[in-house]
Ligand binder design. Structure first.
Ligand SMILES: C[S@@+](CC[C@H](N)C(=O)[O-])C[C@H]1O[C@@H](n2cnc3c(N)ncnc32)[C@H](O)[C@@H]1O
Length: 296
């Protein structure tokens, strides 16, 4: 036992840890988003969005991983069905693991994918070799090609409004379609500040050369996913975490009390993440929308 504690005081270990930390570099969320990496290990159909449940009243404990994956495919197909120009070039912005691009490609659309995330790029290049993929942020894509359709499937929230609008103009043909499916904040008071304020988005579009030609509030159809996640967190993640901490306390009491601040930090982070998937909070603070815009 003593040797374990002495290892913590060993200067060689400190130097090694310092070197490894330096190698890791600064955490850049767009290049290696840990939450998205986690979800991609759980769901195996290469989709990283909330899905579309046909039955918003579905009982939470009857939802299986299979029904989640089916809901995600339905969500993707809803997007595909909105595309007007079946022959033109489509850009799937923030393509995640490539699930939507793969569906588009299987249905003979000329699709290109885009993501700044290293893990996603590697996955797409290995699994979907025929789909061209841009490794950059949307704001940074070269303005070489023009697309007739641009899709943001739950990726618009990551993109700066002003920069996004400037870029979309530069890379689209006249009369192009821009399909955005994402959640928007209804006000500024929520705990989770991810996503744009709906009012900001509507105002920015009103001042642009894009017009909203179709909109649908699908919040009720995505809430089953949040209820499902919440159920798993309450029934597995929290009990497992408490079990691990208790085991730690009994086995390594000294270290347990020494790392109290660290554990409190972990609890704080978990509570923040859990708040973002609280179905009631979501319904009070956000709206999940499908928007189709057309370039004027
Ligand atoms: C929630 S995932 C959605 C993935 C995919 N569209 C889907 O529906 O399964 C968000 C995606 O946006 C990407 N992303 C984050 N910042 C971005 C940016 N500035 N430009 C383009 N994509 C970005 C992430 O890497 C990820 O691929």
């Amino acid at each position: 036992m003593k040797t374990k504690y002495f290892q913590l005081l060993n200067p060689v270990k400190w130097i090694k840890a310092y070197r490894l930390k330096k190698q890791d570099g600064k955490y850049d969320k767009s290049k290696s988003d840990l939450e998205l990496n986690l979800y991609s290990k759980i769901l195996k159909n290469d989709m990283l969005h909330y899905g579309y449940f046909e039955d918003p009243e579905i009982a939470t404990d009857s939802i299986s991983i299979k029904s989640v994956e089916d809901a995600q495919i339905k969500y993707a197909q809803n997007i595909v069905d909105l595309i007007k120009d079946k022959e033109g070039n489509v850009l799937d912005v923030g393509c995640g693991m490539g699930g939507l691009s793969a569906i588009l490609s299987a249905q003979n659309f000329k699709v290109e994918a885009l993501t700044p995330n290293k893990n996603q790029i590697r996955h797409i290049q290995n699994k979907y070799k025929s789909i061209p993929v841009h490794n950059c942020k949307f704001e940074g894509i070269e303005e070489i090609r023009k697309y007739s359709t641009v899709i943001n499937s739950e990726s618009f929230q990551y993109i700066d409004l002003e920069k996004g609008l400037a870029k979309i103009n530069a890379i689209t043909l006249p009369n192009a379609q821009w399909i955005i499916t994402d959640y928007f904040r209804l006000h500024d008071n929520g705990i989770n500040k991810s996503s744009h304020l709906l009012t900001d988005f509507i105002e920015a579009i009103g001042n642009s050369n894009w017009k909203i030609v179709y909109e649908k509030d699908i919040t009720p159809n995505i809430l089953p996913m949040l209820r499902f996640l919440r159920l798993y967190v309450d029934r597995f993640i929290f009990p497992l975490k408490n079990f691990a901490f208790e085991k730690f306390r009994y086995k390594q009491g000294f270290l347990y009390y020494l790392t109290q601040d660290l554990r409190e930090g972990i609890d704080k982070k978990i509570n923040k993440e859990v708040a973002s998937i609280d179905p009631e909070k979501f319904a009070n603070e956000k709206k999940y929308m499908i928007f189709v815009l057309e370039k004027q």
